[in-house]
Write a protein that binds this ligand. Structure first.
Ligand code: NAD
Length: 254
């Protein structure tokens, strides 16, 4: 049985992951961490100050973190010093926070970090990579939409799309929205929609002359991210200490 602790257990993703771990025959939900004590799916949720004691008492194999950028570095350090493997889905992490996380992980514990754990999105990224190689001469626009409570913008998934486009079609300036007299040059336009309960929409548009090619992904339910996080959790336990991506978990080539 893989013993799992969920950090951000009372949140939207934490609740979905908690339910799926509870229902998984090969996993045990041994606890959760959040800002206030509570319970979920038969397990206790402790507040952050009691997190270390929970991990030690339960001998957790893996900590799954879907919290906020300001909390994630502390959570990663906590798991690393207790030899607990990591799944990190939290987005909006600054380059400085990422550096601190990497230093805590490398040489200590195995970790899968991804801005999107959906298997479909990881295949979508691969399609973006392949198409960008062929469509370097096209104008590129990236559009993403999420629910009204999402804090960071553009989404971590959109930032990964932009990184892939830079790698495969050449680095271009990014234009975050347009207003007034704007003359299109060679930039990539990035457009963010926030509203209602949109789970996660991403679209890449390549346009030239009289044609447009569109690649898009739409998530209808958070369970797509949660089930991918569980796939990664099963994979990461027992791996060599290092930072891995979902492409490693799924065996997708770069
Ligand atoms: N990688 C992916 O596949 C993926 C998918 C969906 C969401 N996300 C990201 O996951 C994160 C969480 O998303 P959400 O929609 O569940 O948000 P949410 O606001 O519903 O949940 C976050 C939870 O973390 C808790 N929290 C804050 N500080 C904490 C701390 N120090 N210790 C423990 N818990 C703490 C909050 O109280 C909240 O309950 C966001 O960064 C989001 O962008 C990633």
């Amino acid at each position: 049985m893989i013993k799992v602790v969920v950090c951000g257990a009372s949140g939207r993703m934490g609740q979905t992951i908690g339910r799926m771990v509870h229902e998984a025959p090969d996993m045990e939900l041994v606890g959760g961490i959040n800002l206030k004590p509570s319970t979920f799916f038969g397990a206790e949720i402790v507040e952050a100050k009691d997190a270390e004691a929970l991990i030690q008492r339960t001998k957790a194999d893996v900590l799954i973190d879907f919290t906020v950028a300001s909390a994630v570095v502390g959570n990663v350090k906590l798991a690393a010093r207790n030899n607990c493997a990591l799944i990190v889905g939290t987005t909006g992490i600054s380059p400085e926070q990422r550096k601190e996380m990497d230093a805590a992980i490398i040489g200590h514990v195995p970790a899968v970090i991804s801005s999107n754990f959906s298997i479909g999105v990881n295949i979508f990224w691969q399609l973006v990579r392949e198409s960008a190689k062929l469509l370097k001469e096209y104008d590129i626009e990236v559009i993403e939409g999420h629910h009204r409570n999402k804090l960071d913008a553009p989404s971590g998934t959109a930032k990964t799309i932009l990184q892939i486009l830079d790698e495969e079609a050449g680095t271009r300036e990014k234009m975050y929205g347009r207003e007034g007299m704007t003359q299109r040059k060679n930039e990539i336009g990035v457009h963010v929609i926030r509203g209602g309960d949109i789970v996660g929409d991403h679209k890449v548009m390549y346009s030239k002359n009289f044609e447009t090619i569109e690649l898009s992904h739409r998530a209808y339910d958070r369970s797509v991210f949660a089930s991918g996080a569980l796939v990664a959790a099963r994979w990461v336990v027992g791996k060599k200490p290092a930072i891995y991506g979902m492409s490693d978990v799924l065996g997708l080539k770069k």
